[in-house]
Design a protein around this ligand. Sequence first.
Ligand code: NOJ
Length: 738
Amino acid sequence: MKRDYEARIRQLRSEMTLEEKIGQLQQCGPSLVGAFDVSFDELLNMMFDGRISQEEFNRLMGTAEQDFHEEDLRAGKIGSYNGVGDAATVNRLQKIAVEETRLGIPLLFGYDVIHGFRTVMPIPLAESCAWDPALWERTGRIAAEEATAAGVHMTFAPMVDVAKDARWGRVSEGAGEDVLLNGAYGAAKVRGFQGDDLSKANAMAACLKHFAAYGAGEAGRDYNRVDMSMQRLWEEYMPSYQACVEAGARAVMPAFNDINGVPCTVNSWLLRDVLREKWGFDGLVISDSNAIAECVSHGIAEDKKDAARQAILAGMDMDMSSNSYIECLKELVESGEVPECVLDGAVEDVLRIKFELGLFDNPYQTDEERESGAMLRGEYRAIAREAAAKSIVLLKNDNNVLPLRPDAKIGLFGTLAADGGQMTGAWAIGARPEDCVSIVDACKARGVSYRYCAGEGCENRVDEHAGRSVRTDSMVQETAEASDILVAVIGEQKEESGEAASRASITVSAEQLTLVDRLLETGKPVVVVLINGRPLAIPELAERAAAIVEAWHPGVEAGNAILDVLYGDVNPSGKLTVTFPAATGQCPMYYAHINTGRPGGKSKFTSKYLDAPVEPLYPFGYGLSYTTYVYRNGKTEKREEGIHVSVEVTNTGNRDGEEIVQCYVQDVSARRIRPVRQLKGFEKVSLKAGETREVEFTVPYAGLCYYDWDMKEIPCEGVLKVYAGGDSRAELTGEVVL
Ligand code: NOJ
């Protein structure tokens, strides 16, 4: 429900002084004071370099005081805060804004609620593997219920950056490599976060990010340059952002990167021509953190003032953390370099979202009672468990080693099996380690027969079930010998994916491989449970482990959800939304590639590597189940509303299950070469053992359009191949001539 606030916005803006206007465009975060003699950035570096432990970092942070710049707030120099996530502080600061500033304009509180607030859900990449928009929306709603209870008005999510390069750490924060899937994921999140009426106290504005093509940084390195054809940008990247704008996202965060030489932060083509003119967006545009000032490092602005000028002229409304606007805009407006009407436009965008959020009528949307009652409710945990189980992808299961027999004696290995705090993955600021269920916790709660040993390369840890503490090496041996089946929980720590966590080698560590080798030497079946935030190149494990369960960073209910799948209470149904390369050197690797004139094959002069296969380890869309599915009778025909595709899918095993049916197309003779396959539809169907269902898709003709050499959008003509099945290698269902 959208209300019309335009007259009130203009009236209020007309009453504002130049300083008050600029103040509305300033977002700041609390600064930390005291407790340590180095800057916060240096302290962070010290932790990342290993000079201090995370515990020491946390201890120092705990003793530090936060400075909310209250004098600036009173003087009307702050319009918004980032990173304040508790009701008492939010209300205290809001009271200053409402009661002590001249115009009483309420503050807007933004926060990174990426995959849950307190009830941490699986990381977005994991959740995307459920291919389930209704689930994405439900978990988004829970995030909003909790975050708004803590006083948050806007989340910096969803991230819908298509990510085709597994080296990029932020692959964990989005829905993987496909643009259609990212769009569906983002739109569902927008609906979940915002609800049906933004003015309700439990609705949180969605700030889609990072506009645009942040996931396409060269070599998978974070913040790196993006250089690509306009055709590719519009076909493979822009539609996911557009889907979120169409779903009603009320804010947009431009990306750190440049596009073809112009940083998104100061890119008026992107922010004005595309976002506002072409897509009709009338919400808030807020910079990424410090991004305006960083235009100087990009080498596009002479100094901060020049950066501020370029940003506001390009359509950037609010400055996150760089102080460029607060320091430079007054002079820029007074000198005429920035027309006041441009500033007014930005101010109106800020006021609009505050009106839409109902902040002028009810600036105090929460209190401590609401806050405490909203967190980690039983029903939220239940959904977190369901979401985590649905996100799990079964990559391998030789001889049906899984599900585990209820009476099997389990040997559990790896520090990640016992470390609940690691299960949240990147970007879980509201998380508390004590809220998280580790696999060991879940084993205890279930009362299963298990022994736990952290394992090779890890400190000597022992669980009380093992009875006594002995040296790690012999413990691995001893634990393995006493068990029927060995479960190695390995992968990535939560800091190994997410922002500023690109990796040049996406393997598991040598220690972890050694641990698995030790276990394999016993001759007992080894199940690998992967905990990670990105695809991993694991050919050794793929070859030798009996089963591989990709659990990602599953959130607060990690252990319970993983055991639900391991013991077969839940039949795994997740499918990969990113390709798993066999070697890091294959990156970027993605299913929707082009063929080249010499597709990789056996003969020498084809497009391939000498030392790595052409094929991925596990393809996009892939995932096993404890049952099996067979596809038959694929049909394709042209109809008025689009191409109609149908296929019969039968559950041929003896367990009920859910199968994610996927539909792909290939335009074989277009005016520009097209990807070998493009996802055009998906549906998750429940099938009882033995049941057959017909699944239908309609691919609208408009969805097949592409751009010609001159950037004219043109329809698909000629032969189109259509595929439907259980992954991106699905069988041909037919061809149509358009
Ligand atoms: C930097 C990140 O790129 C962005 O995703 C995040 O929302 C902001 N910092 C705010 O924390």
